[in-house]
Design a protein around this ligand. Structure first.
Ligand code: DC
Length: 226
């Protein structure tokens, strides 16, 4: 008997749980497209700040999400990026990682109109298949028909510690307790919002990575694919 590799793989979970690292490795191993949907929310947030819009102006931000052409393409530079993020053709990959974007992206991604505009685009790309899609609501809302759903979890302390080490490794300065309180605050907003809150799909395989390193999580997921 042969078992087919799942065509649509959804990886959901809280901030800094290792979803992107896992998704990228899996996509390489299977020769699938890697699509981190969080970059779309980040792109709209960056544009909101760039244009000087009020972060509370849901109507204006929704219009922005509906009208802006956001593209995600394979990484064009060997500078640590997982993919290129393009807004109207402009490369804003690193701008989407700015602290100001970090601080506001949960607010923007809670807006119903923003979610429906971006989810529509994500679904269209996902339905092409051979894709590893990473986010918060892929298995529950964007692609409930995904063939394999992973919910990658880890404690807030463990996730904050990983972020802390990442920043130090890049030569930056970091404060662990500040990072931890931001992680907890983002978890709170992402999981209590009215629209598509962060939660595991009923049929997701839940992986808790507190006691597992990135290799072990990858091997376990790859085994599930095969
Ligand atoms: O994974 P990330 O940190 O890049 O996500 C940025 C924000 O976008 C985060 O606040 C959650 C939100 N997001 C979401 O609501 N739904 C998704 N499918 C992906 C991200």
């Amino acid at each position: 008997m042969t078992t087919a590799t799942p065509l649509i793989i959804a990886i959901d979970g809280p901030a800094a749980s290792g979803k992107s690292t896992l998704g990228l490795r899996l996509a390489h191993a299977l020769d699938y497209l890697f699509f981190d949907t969080g970059v779309m929310y980040r792109a709209v947030t960056w544009l909101t700040l760039e244009r000087g819009f009020d972060i509370d102006d849901e109507t204006a931000i929704t219009l922005l999400a509906e009208k802006t052409h956001i593209d995600v393409a394979p990484a064009s530079a060997p500078d640590g990026r997982a993919c290129d993020v393009l807004v109207e053709g402009q490369d804003i990959t690193w701008e989407t990682r700015l602290p100001d974007v970090d601080a506001s992206v949960s607010r923007v991604s809670a807006y119903r109109g923003v979610r429906s505009a971006l989810s529509r685009q994500q679904r269209r790309i996902g339905l092409r298949g051979k894709v590893v899609m990473v986010g918060r609501d892929i298995g529950t809302v964007v692609l409930p028909e995904a063939d394999l759903k992973i919910y990658l979890d880890a404690s807030a302390e463990q996730r904050a510690m990983r972020r802390y080490h990442e920043i130090l490794l890049r030569g930056g300065a970091a404060d662990y307790s500040e990072i931890l309180s931001k992680v907890i605050e983002r978890d709170r907003i992402d999981s209590t919002r009215d629209v598509a809150p962060l939660k595991a799909a009923d049929d997701a395989v839940i992986i808790d990575s507190d006691q597992m390193d990135a290799d072990a999580v990858f091997e376990k997921t790859l085994a599930l694919c095969r």
